[in-house]
Design a protein around this ligand. Structure first.
Ligand code: APR
Length: 309
């Protein structure tokens, strides 16, 4: 098989890139290690910054996001028991953020790919990349037990932090910078209305807390916890009790609690690799950098990478 751009990974980076290339008349094939359902099942970010919103519009996949997403013109910071409203819209001359789950975004991108008849190979196993320092890079993989080879002009490494692309770069050609923080974020997703119309970022002596959301009926809350914490030690009741301790009386009065539909601890780290280009291989998104998930920075940075690429 031959294509112009071999995209490794069908996360937001790979799918947005695929869509933009298609709009530009450039042929691309996406190779993804997992199944489409697995990719859609990952609970992740949900706040799109203006850059990402504009890019999705440009890619022609913004219709449902505008219909169902929640535009926010600002957010609250809670410090020392007092709320401070940050007027993003006013301060930036009209930029805002859009609350729209990454799962929904991924679904839209997958559907756009399928509707345009573009090739995505799911469950592509043992992906390996070759000759990207020359004119004719190649990607090898295993599909249904059969060895395949994809010839291309460029390889886009959109395969996330644990992917094969960054790992294939010679050690002396890449610099990695990393900082691991001594805490993690315990996240809880619940089908309850959000505590506030906009996000609340809380600084508290017991630790940071964030009240976020995915829709008018689905909330996402985070508590800073020591890295030694185990998620099993956190019943839903314990989570809600601890959250209450870190919020103000108004938030406590408005908070609607309910059973969690997902709960996990994300260790926070910052990781940056440079450069992002190695001959005919380009890295984008989590493959090149990981940032703490505040306000979906990883997702927005991925969109920005793809835009520049
Ligand atoms: N071969 C093929 N696919 C692979 C391989 C491999 N060897 N390794 C990883 N992948 C796939 C993963 O299964 C995943 O679907 O690459 C994809 C990478 O997607 P993400 O990890 O979501 O990375 P990215 O698209 O850069 O997303 C950036 O979105 O998901 C969030 O946390 C992420 O905020 C970050 C942003």
């Amino acid at each position: 098989m031959r294509t112009q751009v071999a995209i490794i990974g069908a996360g937001p980076s790979g799918l947005i890139l695929g869509q933009l290339l298609h709009r530009a008349g450039i042929d691309a094939v996406v190779l993804e290690a997992q199944t489409a359902d697995y990719v859609l099942g990952r609970i992740r970010a949900g706040v799109l910054e203006q850059v990402a919103v504009d890019l999705l519009d440009e890619a022609g996949v913004g219709t449902r996001m505008h219909a169902e997403g929640l535009p926010h013109k600002g957010f609250d910071i809670l410090i020392g028991g007092r709320r401070h409203h940050i007027d993003l819209y006013g301060l930036t001359g009209g930029s805002q953020v859009m609350v729209y789950g990454q799962t929904e975004l991924t679904k839209d991108l997958m559907q756009a790919r399928a509707a345009a008849g573009l090739t995505t190979v799911y469950e592509a196993k043992e992906v390996s990349i070759h000759d990207f320092d020359g004119e004719r890079p190649r990607v090898r993989y295993l599909k249904d037990g059969v060895r395949q080879e994809l010839e291309c002009d460029f390889i886009a490494g959109c395969d996330g932090f644990h992917g094969v692309c960054r790992a294939s770069v010679p050690k002396n050609a890449i610099s990695n910078f990393e900082r691991v923080y001594p805490f993690g974020w315990l996240g809880l997703l619940s089908d309850t209305p959000p505590v506030s119309e906009e996000l609340i970022y809380a600084k508290h002596e017991r630790g940071f807390a964030l009240c976020s959301m995915r829709s008018h009926t689905r909330s996402r809350y985070y508590l800073q916890v020591p890295l030694s914490e185990k998620v099993e030690a956190w019943s839903d009741e314990r989570f809600w009790e601890e959250l209450r301790l870190r919020l103000d009386p108004k938030a406590n009065a408005d908070l609607v609690t309910g059973p969690s539909i997902e709960k996990s601890i994300a260790p926070l780290r910052s990781f940056v690799a440079e450069p992002m280009r190695f001959g005919r291989l380009f890295l984008a998104g989590d493959a090149a950098h990981i940032v703490p998930p505040t306000g979906a920075k990883g997702l927005n940075l991925a969109a920005s990478d793809v835009r520049y690429l």
